[in-house]
Design a protein around this ligand. Sequence first.
Ligand SMILES: *Cc1c(COP(=O)(O)O)cnc(C)c1O
Length: 533
Amino acid sequence: MDRTKLDELIRTFFTCDRRKLSQIFDELLSTMEAEESLPPGSLMSQNYETAQANPEIHTLPGNLKDARDAIFPFFWGTDGWNSKLHVENVRGPANYASLIGTIACLLKNPNLCVDTYSQRSNELEVKAITALANLVFYHTDSPWGVFTMGGTVSNLYGGKLGIEKVLPGAMQTGVREHRLAGIVSEAAHYSNATLAGWLGMGTENLHAVPTDRALAIRLDLLAEKLDALYAEQIRVAFIIATFGGTDAFGIDDITAIRQLIEEKARARNMPVPHLHVDAAVGWSLCFLDEYNLQENPFQLEEDTLPLVAAAQKHCQGFRHADSVTIDFHKMGWGHYPASAFIVNRRADLKHLFRSVHDMPYFCEAEYRRDPALFTLECSRAAIGPYSVMASLNGLGLIGCRMLVANALEMAHLLKKRLGQLDYCKVLNAETIGTSVVWWVLPKGRNAAAIFDRLEAGQLEPEEFQRYTAEVRRLFDKRQAALDPAQDARLSFTNNMGYRPHGLELPAWKAVFFNPKTDAAVIERVIYSIEEMI
Ligand SMILES: *Cc1c(COP(=O)(O)O)cnc(C)c1O
């Protein structure tokens, strides 16, 4: 070995040179500032043409600036979603307290697999999980959980727990000939189909129950579905309730679902399905739990207060959940990946332990500290705990509460303004939450009357097609005409979740995750709709 060259390599890449690192960090931060002065989405176009043909690797060892140069165009060509004009989807700008946490995490690069690798970072995970559990479950004695790769995987943990509960030992013996089913609502996230497929249950055995107009699972139809499945001796492994749907922010009635599944399972002598709540988006409504509606310390608008009251009521349902998915990288304004899977009762995790024979070994103290005994993953990033604890303690409970209340207020403002236009119809008027889905029809049409006829089953198929085509055409028209420096970037969904008579309703969509998105942005959305049509 050429020791001189090796030493040079070690000095450059494995020794902390604060001056060189700070200089590059500083340069990267300058680009963030530059980006803030530009309209969203205008940074640099993609070049997929040769991305696969020309994946170059330098031959000779370089330095840290080579590392910077290798990624810089891609860094610059990536939108950080900091602009207040971004309202397309359930993605927000990451907050800078989270950045502090995340950078600290990356500097130590812990692996949460076992605590001998990561010491106090595993302790931080314990703290972060408990903090989130206390927020969500409110009164809970023994919550437990882990951070995962994302909401999809957190939901997968919930589904797997359900399978193990109704078919003990499936981890070892497989699902075999047993007939299993899972239930969600028609407004649930597609990740539930993903997990049904990946867990060997099969997507065809995931049953989607229609919702009411508020995008909440219909309890009468859920009862029918349970009866039908049990009548065929099918074991219902899990119900995954939605708490804040991705498109329209539907919230299922967790308390009522709990009552129903207990009652139906008991009547049929079947094991009670696991009740997991997919609160990837909606969990942060829990920040509103203790808002004093009488004193109204944030001076919220009069018509925001009922929304907060409704949120407080919805959140009480969490106490009846067995487990929950929380995406901190969504309405926690944290960095990816920061998703948590949390059980209400720690004892439930025993279903996931690696081997039943080894059970005596996993006394409480050990499995608390060694998530590797039950996690799907082996190596596990610690960005979640660092992002969560830095954010929560930077922003504080009150800060988070302000952000959530503001998001509700902005969504409500858009709903109210759209409600004043005859040719527009808000499709999720009966949900609270951060998202708005709506129709824009040509001026002169009465959108509400058309919607009433649709719900009454009076629209001919050709009429339905004509109206939905108009909704799409007008969206495209706005897209083509918008001023990227002034007009918010909206998105379009082909199916907002509520399906009267089985019809999938397309809609314009806006989500208010960015605290900088203000009333002026909303007025401009209304202006663009009025001017364009
Ligand atoms: C985003 C989302 C998911 C999936 O979460 P990822 O972190 O993107 O994997 C699941 N459920 C809902 C309701 C979501 O909005």
